[in-house]
Design a protein around this ligand. Structure first.
Ligand code: 13P
Length: 249
């Protein structure tokens, strides 16, 4: 089976109305009809509807950075999957390092989100990664095992294409220090074997994230188990994101 290639932008808490319009204006129709890779853009909530309208018919998928795993109700400040469906969005990030480490999301909350998204038929980009201290202490693989096991245990029921993993070492996010191709490949290979052994998902799509830039994208993408990239800083402007989308052109 050939695994789908994905180049995804995570805008985090960046890009407002004018920047969103400029981004889609500059990207234009360049992604229309692409069938060897999928392009995803993940704006913050206030700009989802704008981005969804601008992306329509242009071969770009719009995804959400977060959601709350309840149907609806008294959850001030939160966004439901029904609201995302209403906007035509069916892909969500879960487990991003900033949600784990800055917002304090627990393994239990993340597990609940994974279960809820699967129940509602959403596609998940599930983010995992170790801190520098964990890597230096040699806990690298144990941390990844734990993040994968607690999220999916007995609970990975979605169709294969609806679970994408993003390996994002915390020390590489926003630091300008990316994992080398060899470091990322070692972990992607490990994740692939883990997902095959535990869940029979050898062909799961695994993205790399953490300081991906036009000048390092090729080294990463040429690795056999790297199926794409999840990009923060270098995805905010169309000029640099285009170089990542078309890294091999
Ligand atoms: P940077 O590309 O800015 O390092 O961010 C990576 C990331 O966290 C994407 O989710």
């Amino acid at each position: 089976m050939t695994r789908k290639k994905i180049i995804a932008a995570n805008w985090k808490m960046n890009n407002m109305t004018a920047e969103t319009a400029a981004f889609f204006g500059a990207i234009g129709d360049s992604c229309k009809g692409l069938n060897d890779r999928e392009v995803i853009v993940t704006p913050s909530f206030p700009y989802l509807a704008q981005a969804a309208a601008l992306a329509k018919g242009r071969g770009i998928t719009i995804a959400a950075q977060d959601f709350h795993p309840e149907e609806n109700g008294a959850f001030t400040g939160e966004v439901s999957l029904a609201m995302l469906t209403d906007l035509g969005v069916r892909t969500v990030l879960i487990g991003h390092s900033e949600r784990r480490h800055v917002m304090g999301e627990t393994h239990e909350h993340i597990r609940k989100k994974v279960a809820f998204a699967q129940k509602k038929g959403f596609r998940v980009i599930f983010c995992i990664g170790e801190t520098l201290a964990q890597r230096q202490k040699g806990e690298l693989f144990a941390v990844i095992d734990h993040q994968l096991s607690t999220a999916f245990d007995g609970n990975l029921t979605c169709p294969p294409d609806d679970m994408v993993i993003a390996y994002e070492p915390v020390w590489a996010i926003g630091t300008g220090v990316n994992a080398t191709g060899a470091q990322a490949q070692e972990m992607h290979d490990y994740i692939r074997h883990f997902m095959d052994k535990q869940y029979g998902r050898k062909d799961i799509v695994i993205l790399y994230g953490g300081s991906v830039k036009p000048d390092n994208v090729k080294e990463l993408m040429l690795m056999p188990d790297i199926d794409g990239a999840l990009v923060g800083g270098a995805s905010l402007k169309a000029e640099s994101f285009s170089k990542l989308i078309f890294w091999d052109k």
